[in-house]
Write a protein of this length. Structure first.
Length: 108
């Protein structure tokens, strides 16, 4: 699965599109928020979402930050784990370690 050509680009694109649409953002808005030129932002985000191009790590990091998700969410293959990453990412940083430690104790 992970070794298929273009798999990662398609996965990242799917996650970007899903979150962007949840926020009600246009492709252009996301592109502008991450610092792309307004005239090319829609086309560039579209290429990422369609899996035609995979964003470089720095760009993916900027996209994740703009969308309010952990970077790992963009690359997560399992939808349920991606949902868990989103939930953990919403917890305030000061509480996150305690929440994760408690959760790990529960499943151990």
């Amino acid at each position: 699965m992970g070794s298929e050509p273009g798999h990662t680009a398609n996965l990242v694109g799917k996650r970007i599109r899903s979150r962007r649409e949840e926020l009600g953002w246009s492709q252009e808005k996301l592109g502008v928020v991450i610092g792309l030129d307004e005239s090319s932002s829609r086309a560039r985000i579209s290429r990422y979402e369609l899996g035609n191009h995979e964003p470089q790590l720095g760009t993916a990091r900027n996209i994740a930050k703009a969308l309010g998700v952990p970077l790992a969410y963009l690359y997560c293959e399992e939808d349920d784990i991606a949902g868990l990453l989103l939930a953990i990412g919403q917890v305030h940083t000061k509480k996150r370690s305690a929440v994760v430690a408690s959760w790990l104790k529960t499943i151990a």
